[in-house]
Design a protein around this ligand. Structure first.
Ligand code: TYM
Length: 339
């Protein structure tokens, strides 16, 4: 009997910005899913440092957090032998393709991006052009690798929709060039809300440290932060339209334990918010303990992380270079070296 040829794996690309220590929002919304998908896809995971400078960064902090973010990826379960892990600024093709895509993206489209509107309100003294064109850089990240799937949290779906529009537009003008990617969000944890204000997304750049739980917070801090999470009036552990605090905590509890919201409500019937918040804290801390231990081991060896960066950069450039070459030829740039 003839062996079936192994089907070519589809490609994934995703990324996180090293603009702060990653939170359980980043973990539940994105990184945990990346780890679940890594066996079935050819995966490129990037530390998006070019994106991070759309907001002013302290250079030494940005550099340190780039290493830390890479270590967090691995500590969260991404196998560096099976995935291509790399740093965005080390692959210049991202910035090159972003410029080209800028010329195929409308001002109106970028003006409608929610993240641009939010961030320009938050950083009113620095509404720079990079903040505005951020989504075309993100489109370049994705399209360079001909990614089929982009696993992200809910907040990034609008950017992926725009990426699809840009890819389709380019393909319509020049013929098939880019794979049009699909966004992919998890069933639970796609939008983890702030613990201090559950009507707002949990964000690593929130100045109030009680608003977020970092992937690296020690156990007692995790438990304490959940204990002081803002809840709603009433005392029943039950979801409701006017209960953003409890809805958020139930979602986090379910994401960490694999239970359904109905199960969670039943489990805490007759119990108060205090008991429930303690249980959510314990569940989160149990999941984060091994990640923190592995992270400490990895960051102790900077040489290892640097070797991985180098390896990731080479693999990323091989793939990205091919796409960029094709795009440049189609657009009409004179090229003297073939790919
Ligand atoms: P960033 O760095 O804000 O977040 C990284 C990933 O975490 C998800 N996420 C959340 N999910 C659930 N609840 C939350 N509170 C939460 N906060 C963040 C994000 O949706 C994201 O998936 N622009 C991107 C980074 C990026 C990128 C890309 C992503 C750059 N290039 C190409 C995908 C493909 C960003 O700022 O993510």
């Amino acid at each position: 009997m003839n062996a079936q040829p192994e089907e070519k794996k589809k490609t994934i690309l995703s990324a996180a910005q090293p603009s702060g220590i990653l939170t359980i929002g980043n973990y539940l919304g994105a990184i945990r899913n990346w780890a679940l998908l890594q066996e079935r896809y050819d995966c490129y995971f990037c530390v998006a440092d070019l994106h991070a400078i759309t907001v002013r960064q302290v250079p030494a902090d940005l550099r340190r957090r780039t290493y830390e973010t890479l270590a967090i990826y691995i500590a969260c379960g991404l196998d560096p032998e099976k995935n291509h892990l790399f740093v965005q600024s080390q692959v210049p093709e991202h910035a090159q393709l972003a410029w080209i895509l800028d010329c195929y993206t409308q001002f109106g489209e970028l003006s409608r991006m929610t993240q641009f509107k939010d961030k320009s309100q938050k950083h009113a003294d620095n509404i720079n052009a990079g903040l505005f064109t951020y989504p075309t850089l993100m489109a370049a990240d994705i399209l360079l690798y001909q990614a089929d799937l982009v696993p992200v949290g809910q907040d990034q779906m609008q950017h992926i929709e725009l990426t699809r529009d840009i890819a389709t537009r380019f393909n319509n003008i020049y013929g098939p060039t880019f794979t049009v990617p699909e966004g992919f969000i998890p069933k639970t944890g796609a939008r983890v809300m702030s613990l201090a204000d559950p009507t707002k997304k949990m964000s690593k750049s929130d100045e109030n440290p009680r608003a977020w739980v970092s992937i690296l917070d020690p156990r007692d801090v995790v438990i304490k932060k959940f204990r002081s999470a803002v809840t709603d009036s009433g005392c029943e552990v039950r979801r409701g339209e006017d209960k953003p605090g409890i809805n958020n905590l139930i979602a986090i509890y379910c994401a960490f334990t694999g239970k359904t919201p109905e199960d969670a409500e039943k489990e805490f019937e007759g119990k108060g918010y205090g008991d429930f918040k303690a249980a959510v804290g314990e569940a989160a801390a149990d999941a984060l303990d091994p990640i923190r231990t592995e992270y400490a081991r990895l960051t102790a060896d900077k040489g290892y992380l640097e070797a991985l960066m180098k390896q990731g950069k080479e693999a990323a450039q091989r793939r990205a270079g091919r796409t960029l070459f094709k795009v440049m030829r189609k657009v009409g740039f004179a090229q003297t070296d073939g790919k």
